[in-house]
Design a protein. Structure first.
Length: 347
């Protein structure tokens, strides 16, 4: 397993990060523990969760993945063996996160309540990386669209949000602060506010990145490299679409799209044709398409860690194994050629 610097923190995180958003819904506690054990044995030292999870979000399952990680940490010990990342919700009308039923906002009061609850569920007294799950201002989901759409509405100022994280760092409840689903403007604004106030500097941004959605390269890649804000890429397999299992309208039993029908961004015009092209590259090169998709992400010079998630051990083994897959220059050239033709159909 390769390890890469997390921003300017001095921490080294595994190039593969274990995502856990299925625990407590698609995966049982025992299955979650088995995945965590296997990942740790493979050298994965980086775990990602959120107060929102499991997915799809609901009042009944909210916080379940943190609870599964918490019971695993209690049973196994060795908290210092893992770098633990979780998230607080941004601007949302979901009302089940806070005790008073308020819709979610990244305010001082709400962030304080959220971190205390996460610490309790995780059964730890500190969080290594605490992330703002999405902005506190109205934004299209993903924050890097191919077509701009201005949205109006209530927002929480960056200064208030950063001040709340600053308090948590000073209290020792979190070690570092990160962003998620953020734009280049938002990332630079948080960095500027940290410079102005002496508050914590954003060390990472967790955004979608895969061969169907390379919008991160347009502006944020340069931010990552010049400002040492680590990209933690989610959806490297495009919610499973890059495995090929959904092609030609297939809906395999137990698959996420089959169960929840939440993959709209991967069911847009042009997506299936692009996926066919990428699957053909994997087939011609004798590569597992999942491993090719993850390995491609790992070749990017602005990439720190690729977050994977699996509902079965077979999937997990294949996905972690992608860290050992080397893509040839020909494969990389063919991937770029498809991107030139197809663009980013699924931001």
């Amino acid at each position: 397993m390769q390890y890469r610097p997390l921003g300017r923190t001095g921490l080294e995180v595994s190039a593969i990060c274990l995502g856990t958003m299925t625990y407590g819904q698609q995966n049982t506690e025992a299955e979650g523990h088995a995945q965590l054990d296997y990942a740790l044995d493979c050298g994965v030292n980086f775990l990602d969760t959120a107060e929102l999870y499991s997915i799809p979000p609901s009042p009944e399952t909210q916080g379940s993945t943190e609870r599964v990680i918490g019971t695993w940490l209690k049973a196994r010990g060795g908290r210092d063996r893992v770098i633990l990342a979780t998230k607080v919700v941004g601007l949302t009308e979901m009302t089940w996160f806070r005790d008073d039923g308020s819709p979610g906002r990244p305010t001082r009061v709400q962030i304080r309540e959220a971190v205390e609850k996460s610490l309790k569920r995780l059964q730890t007294d500190y969080i290594d990386l605490y992330q703002l799950h999405w902005p506190g201002r109205p934004m299209r989901w993903g924050s890097n669209p191919t077509r701009w759409q201005a949205l109006a509405g209530e927002e929480t100022s960056i200064s208030e949000t950063l001040a709340a994280f600053d308090e948590l760092v000073k209290d020792g409840k979190i070690r570092h602060f990160g962003l998620s689903n953020e734009s280049a403007w938002g990332t630079m604004s948080f960095l500027a506010e940290a410079e102005r106030t002496g508050g914590p500097r954003a060390v990472s941004v967790q955004n979608a990145y895969n061969v169907l959605n390379r919008t991160y390269e347009t502006a944020l890649a340069e931010v990552s490299l010049r400002e040492q804000v680590s990209l933690l890429a989610y959806s490297a397999l495009a919610q499973g679409y890059l495995t090929g299992k959904y092609q030609k309208g297939a809906l395999p039993a137990g698959a996420r799209t089959t169960l929840f029908r939440r993959a709209n961004r991967y069911q847009v015009p042009g997506a299936e044709e692009a996926i066919d092209d990428y699957l053909a590259i994997a087939h011609d090169a004798g590569l597992d398409p999942s491993q090719m998709a993850i390995a491609f992400c790992l070749t990017r010079d602005f990439m720190t860690s690729v977050i994977i998630g699996a509902t079965s051990m077979d999937q997990l083994v294949a996905d972690i194994g992608a860290a050992d897959v080397a893509l040839s220059a020909e494969v990389l050239e063919r991937i770029d050629a498809v991107h030139q033709r197809r663009g980013n159909p699924c931001p």
